[in-house]
Structures are given as C-alpha cells and as structure tokens.
Write a protein that binds this ligand. Sequence first.
Ligand SMILES: Cc1cc2nc3c(=O)[nH]c(=O)nc-3n(C[C@H](O)[C@H](O)[C@H](O)COP(=O)(O)OP(=O)(O)OC[C@H]3O[C@@H](n4cnc5c(N)ncnc54)[C@H](O)[C@@H]3O)c2cc1C
Length: 351
Amino acid sequence: MTTVEAPQSSRSVLVTVADVVAETADACSLVFEIPEDVEDRFAYRPGQFLTLRIPSERTGSVARCYSLASSPHTDDAPKVTVKRTADGYGSNWVCDNVSVGDRLEVLPPSGLFTPPDLAENLLLFAAGSGITPVMSILKSALDQGSAHVVLVYANRDEKSVIFAEELRRLAAAEPERLTVIHLLESVQGLPTARTLAGLARPFASHRAFLCGPGPFMAAVHEGLAAAGLPKDRVHAEVFTSLSGDPFADVEPIELSAEEEAGAATAFVELDGENHELTWPRSQTLVDIMLARGLEVPYSCREGECGSCACTVTFGEVEMDNTGMLDADDIAAGYILGCQARPVTDAVKIEF
Ligand SMILES: Cc1cc2nc3c(=O)[nH]c(=O)nc-3n(C[C@H](O)[C@H](O)[C@H](O)COP(=O)(O)OP(=O)(O)OC[C@H]3O[C@@H](n4cnc5c(N)ncnc54)[C@H](O)[C@@H]3O)c2cc1C
C-alpha cells in the first residue's frame, strides 16, 4: 500500500484512489476521490492533466503528468490513464504499485490542450496513450453540443487499443455524430502522412487535436497541412517526462538594489484584471507573479507542459527554453511564462 501522509507543497493535494482499472495489458486507469474542501481547485476542462508525485528511493520523488481521460461533463470522478513506457520509471511504478485506498499527492488540473468551443466540429488524432486527453475531449463534445466528431486512433494491434469498448458504445449511441477510424500497425503498418492527409481532407473545416508519440505527431502535422487545415486550428499535446520538481514551493524573491533599479515593468492581464509589476531582468514572469501572490497558471516551470503559455502584445522577452512552442506559436507572440525574462523596459502580456 502506498500512502502519503502530508502534501509536500502548498499547491499539492492528497487524493484517494477510488478505483484502479486494468485497461489493457500495459495500461491502467486511476480514478480519484477528491477531498470536498478542494473540489473547486479540481474543476477541469477536457484535455487537461494532473501531475502526480511518484515516490522514488533514488531521488525522493519524480513528477509525472497524466492527462484526464474522464470528462468533466459525463464522469463523476476524475480519472487518469497511464501506459507503461518501456524501461520507464513513473509509469511502471503506477501500474505496479497503486491500489484502491492509496493516497497520492497531485497538483491540480492544468494545461491548454482544450477546445475553445465544444460546439465546434472536431477532428481528433490519437496514438497509444495519446488517447487519454482526446477521450476527454471526445466525450465532452458529444455530451455538450451537436458537433460532428471524427477520431483517427492508431495502435500497435487490437489488444493495445485503450477504451475500445467505450468507443464502440459511444459510436453506436451517436452514429451520426461520431466516426471512429482505427489504424492498426499490425494490419496497415505505421500511418503515413499521406494516409492521414486522405483521412483528414473531408474534414478540413473541423478543429484538430492530436496526441501521441513524436513520429505519429509529425506525420499528422504533415498530413493536416497537406489536407489544408490552417495551423491555428491544429492543437497538439506533447507527452514528456518532467525532470524538475514542480511540487517544490517557490522561494520568495530577494532582490539587490541594483536588480531593483534595472528592472523592467510588466503589464499583465490575467482573468480580466490588469496588474503592473516590477520585473527584475533575472526573474521569470511566473516567479514574479507568484511572488506578488497572483494566481498565474503554471505547472512544471521547465518549459515542458505549456500551462503558463501567454501572449506578448507589446515589448520583447527572451526564453531559456521555448519547449513545446513551435516557430509559428512564437511568431504569433506566444511565450512560456516560466521561461520568459524581459528584454525591453516594458512588456505587455495577456493570459
Ligand atoms: C501534459 C502531459 C500529459 C501526459 N499524459 C499522459 C497520459 O495520459 N498517459 C501516459 O501514459 N503518459 C502521459 N504523459 C507522459 C508521462 O508524463 C510520462 O512521461 C510517461 O509515463 C513516461 O514516464 P516514465 O517515468 O515511465 O518513463 P521515463 O521518463 O522514460 O523514465 C525514465 C526516467 O526516470 C528516471 N528514473 C529511472 N529510475 C528512477 C528511480 N528509481 N527514481 C527516480 N528516477 C528514476 C530516469 O533517470 C529517466 O529520467 C503525459 C505527459 C505530459 C507532459
């Protein structure tokens, strides 16, 4: 039994494992019971993820993000689905060690891989464990609107298809609205950009969401471009392992008189409110906002998860790691708050 006695940081919460579901031979789901007093902080949007603190004798702990496969609209309790990574530490630890009744330490939901409007038609691409956030989006869209949803779902073979039965049921219940196209490597080989473009072409006016291993995502991006989907209607979630510790509390910032004098000014719009902040050149945007007690969205603080993405509408910043932003995102003014330091004296930012 794995039970954590107290949370490590002021942001994390202990949740109880209410159920463990063996989804396939190498994937399991954990259903969580959230303590009543923090239910508000666990409200989530389809496509978001939780960050789990996984104990380790070697390092104390590792932090791993797992997307919510449940829908906030159709499921009573949040559920994450974890697929074993060959030689991976965290995923195997979860699948081998967690049982009903255990308490795990998690960070509340985070992430931007979420449809702006559930009434829009959706073209979803998932491979392997990439189905988790996509499943949440799919179920939410079917429940909330009247949109048409297409899922292209790639797997090694039939046995490795996570949520096969649930998808069959959903497609049977909504034959006019949900189309599921399975691609099996054991039957068709690996999906090519050409095949994916052919599947996408009839749905080029849909909004696309994709999640899966790197080579699959590259093929989908190429296929969607060939099918004529504009980039601003294509959203991707990249699964990586965090190397830092997002559970650690952020230390208060102590500035020298020199840093104070040379600081820039940030004009930040967050949740419809405007804030003016002194922004020392050595500090990241997330850190100065936390120091001011602002509820800035963030999770990994490594540039990997995208939770703190925002846009610069005036001025310039520099970033140590542009992480999951691509060249088009950067050209459109997107930055990662956890990586951004000011270049110009004034920077306007919108979350
Ligand atoms: C936003 C987001 C959402 C995600 N959603 C999902 C999801 O829904 N489902 C899913 O399955 N995955 C998801 N992932 C991926 C997931 O977070 C992990 O990257 C994945 O499970 C692989 O982690 P792993 O530890 O098993 O493997 P690896 O990260 O490959 O494990 C190896 C690493 O662990 C370290 N290590 C090895 N042994 C130890 C030890 N004893 N102690 C400490 N460290 C050790 C090694 O040094 C190495 O760095 C998501 C990732 C992101 C960023």
